[in-house]
Design a protein around this ligand. Structure first.
Ligand SMILES: [Zn+2]
Ligand SMILES: [Zn+2]
Ligand SMILES: [Zn+2]
Length: 319
């Protein structure tokens, strides 16, 4: 039995998943290196190798061939073992099993293409899959949140080159989301609606279309960090129609194409509002050039060597 535990710091609201089976023994390490350099022939996300992945959950096809497919992760960070209930009965040791599902969405059959290389229409279809996974997985009684994120490039922690997104269901609302929900409650109206009104006309504005605004946030933690928010107060990607999703795909592509230009690894993730809460939906794109070191670990704060104003200029193509 795979035992994965979710543990809370003695006194802080800081959580960690202890997933010992994911740590690599020397042999596994070699294997991972091999996977990293996997070419078309031996990549198990490539067409022809579908039988090497866990049982498929779903796919989108075009002319009889899949263009996006998703299935359970072979090395899950969470599992459906044990008890999802968080035990608070001990003064310093708060825990549960890290209970949930971990899925992988392969974004394209093409081994060589990154997300930035796909068409807006294709990216829109991927966003539809994101919405579908949030909708379906939220229905499971133990799901409190569905994390959707992407690691692209070595510095962003990807272990497989073939372009993919990860989906993790969680038995608690993640701290980063909870913090934003709580902080939003301190304002009489949605702060993000108001912030957008300001950033729309600021030096930090990067992209805008009918439905979305992309800007470099005022206190960006990462070089070229960018947030994308719907202009209307929308709480979840599941509430967006096709036109909106296409507008979102259009800005996503523009951002990723720019990051590819400077060859930056990146993570991005969706932050939506869980049932019964009120958080303005957004996507955060976090390029990972700088490595967090002593200062960041000691202070919990970051040093960013690219000002958000310069980052926005770069995205607007003005430098
Ligand atoms: Zn591949
Ligand atoms: Zn809002
Ligand atoms: Zn966020």
């Amino acid at each position: 039995m795979v035992k994965i535990e979710l543990r809370k710091d003695y006194i802080l609201d800081r959580w960690v998943i202890v997933a010992a089976h994911r740590s690599k023994r020397p042999n596994d390490f070699r294997q991972e290196k091999k996977i990293k350099s996997a070419t078309k022939g031996n990549c198990f996300f490539c067409p022809g190798n579908e039988n090497l992945t866990p049982k498929e959950i779903g796919r989108i096809e075009k002319k009889g061939k899949w263009i996006i497919r998703w299935f359970p992760n072979k090395f899950p960070a969470v599992s459906k073992e044990g008890n999802p209930e968080i035990r608070h009965d001990n003064k310093y040791f708060t825990y549960s099993n890290a209970y949930g599902m971990h899925e992988v969405i392969v974004e394209t059959p093409d081994h060589k293409k990154q997300l930035a290389d796909l068409s807006e229409e294709h990216i829109k279809q991927l966003l539809e899959v994101y919405a579908d996974r949030i909708r379906k997985l939220s229905k499971l009684p133990e799901t409190k949140y569905v994390l959707i994120f992407k690691n692209e490039g070595e510095e962003a922690g990807t272990s497989l080159i073939h372009s993919h997104t990860q989906v993790v269901t969680y038995n608690k609302i993640p701290k980063n989301v909870q913090d934003k929900i709580e902080a939003s409650k301190k304002y009489s109206n949605c702060p993000y609606c108001e912030i957008m009104e300001i950033e729309k006309n600021s030096h930090r504005r990067a992209f805008e279309n009918n439905n979305f605004l992309g800007f470099a946030p005022y206190a960006s933690r990462f070089n070229y960090e960018l947030w994308i928010l719907p202009k209307k107060h929308i709480k979840n990607i599941t509430d967006m129609d096709e036109t909106m999703l296409l507008d979102l795909a259009s800005i996503m592509k523009k951002v990723l194409v720019k990051l590819k230009e400077i060859n930056h690894s990146y993570n991005f993730f969706l932050h939506y509002s869980p049932e019964g809460e009120d958080l303005h939906f957004h996507i955060e794109i976090c390029p990972r050039k700088a490595i967090w070191a002593g200062f960041e670990l000691s202070s919990g704060e970051t040093i960013n060597s690219v000002s958000p104003e310069d980052a926005a200029k770069f995205y607007r193509g003005e430098e």
